[in-house]
Write a protein that binds this ligand. Structure first.
Ligand SMILES: Nc1ncnc2c1ncn2[C@@H]1O[C@H](COP(=O)(O)OP(=O)(O)OP(=O)(O)O)[C@@H](O)[C@H]1O
Length: 370
């Protein structure tokens, strides 16, 4: 017999934001045995001794007191450093653009944190992600959050059946304004707190300055990929992302159109740029995806070419693709139409309608022939 709500223990990952506050509130209202836990993954004390994690932990404490649930803080700084941050640095060192949030969800929130919750006797872990899990026969499916604008399945693409079977996303069926309204109506301390932005350990800080503390930067030439002309100097290849427009410092020259990052030559430390966003060097027709996670299980990866949609970055409408399984376990992802700024290291995530099928890491985009 299944447990009643009051017998079902749910540990809520509480960040001190409005989404996880409402997550805990809704579960408490439904009569579950709810525990709130704040994770400290990063020591972000600044030069004035101010630590935003401390402020967030304080917000978690206040909200948990308001909704009358026990709360704890756990420290995963070491695990986070070893499993997420080391990977993040390694990827930048290779001239790539990693997605630490995807790894954090797999290794920390639904890894270390989930295990900790299970140790505390939890039946489930809940988070304030905009996503849904549904049970379909013996399978757990990951569906997009119904608020299209907030859907976070892109970041959850690396979860497996085991992890999804223990995951709850109680606000995944709500639009964000409704979440704010619920928080407001309940008078939650965090109702008006602004949404966090950026990678969690960098926060609002200057990315360049942050990265320069960890990796040596070597400046070099910025060359026009069309003419071969030197256009300027770059500050270190790791600071640039393919397709990037801002911060090149070479505006105004040539036709007056903006310049974009077209390619990084790591070996020779050259940043190739191109003028105008229509140039073929910015577009690819396919990519190879490595480290494939297929949510329903690796044995369910279609053996034949398979049509679905994909996202190559978080804020992008779905694009039509064909997946072609390769002998080495990677997937060749062919695009219906050429795609701009396909960036090695980023996640490519596959969808079938509302369902997130899984994803992988972008390798080797095939450029459009000029
Ligand atoms: N430091 C943390 N401790 C515990 N859980 C966390 C922490 N950071 C994030 N989470 C969980 O992961 C979810 C998604 O995190 P994300 O960073 O995408 O959202 P967020 O903007 O921090 O959400 P929120 O509005 O709850 O702050 C959060 O809703 C929360 O449940």
């Amino acid at each position: 017999m299944s447990k009643s709500n009051s017998e079902t223990r749910i540990v809520v990952g509480m960040s001190g934001g409005v989404d996880s506050s409402v997550t805990a509130l809704l579960l408490k209202q439904q009569g579950y045995d709810v525990i709130g836990i704040f994770m400290k993954n990063w020591d972000d004390t600044d030069e004035f001794g101010v630590c935003t994690a401390e402020q967030d932990a304080e917000d978690v404490r206040r909200v948990c007191e308001q909704i009358d649930i026990p709360y704890y803080t756990v420290n995963f700084e070491k695990e986070y450093y070893d499993k997420v941050f080391a990977y993040f640095l390694e990827e930048y060192k290779r001239g790539r653009t990693p997605n630490p949030d995807v790894i954090c969800n797999r290794e920390i929130k639904f890894g270390e944190f989930l295990n900790k919750a299970l140790d505390l006797g939890a039946d489930y872990v809940a988070t304030g992600h905009y996503a849904r899990v549904v049970e379909d026969g013996s399978l757990f499916k990951l569906l997009r959050g119904i608020d299209n604008n907030k859907d976070q399945t892109y970041f959850l693409n690396a979860l497996n059946q085991e992890q999804l079977s223990k995951a709850m996303f109680p606000i995944g069926h709500l639009p964000k304004p409704e979440v704010r309204r619920i928080a407001d109506e309940a008078g939650l301390y965090t109702a008006k707190k602004k949404d966090s932005t950026g990678v969690c350990f960098i926060g609002e800080r200057n990315f360049k300055e942050f990265l320069s503390n960890y990796l040596p930067a070597q400046s070099g030439k910025m060359i026009d990929i069309v003419s071969g002309e030197v256009k300027g100097q770059h500050d270190g290849l790791m600071y640039y992302t393919l397709g990037q427009r801002q911060g090149l410092g070479i505006g105004g020259s040539g036709s007056g159109e903006p310049w974009f990052v077209a390619e990084k030559d790591l070996e020779n430390n050259i940043l190739y740029v191109v003028q105008g966003d229509k140039h073929p060097s910015l577009y690819s027709t396919s990519l190879i995806a490595s480290g494939i996670n297929w949510i329903s299980g690796a044995d369910k990866i279609p053996g034949k070419p398979f049509k679905c949609t994909a996202k190559f970055r978080y804020r992008q409408p779905d694009q039509g693709v064909t997946l072609i399984p390769q002998k080495d376990g990677t997937l060749l992802v062919q695009f219906d139409v050429p795609q701009k700024a396909i960036t090695p290291g980023q996640a490519v995530v596959f969808f079938n309608g509302e369902e997130c099928l899984g994803g992988g890491t972008i390798e080797a985009p095939e450029k459009v022939q000029a």
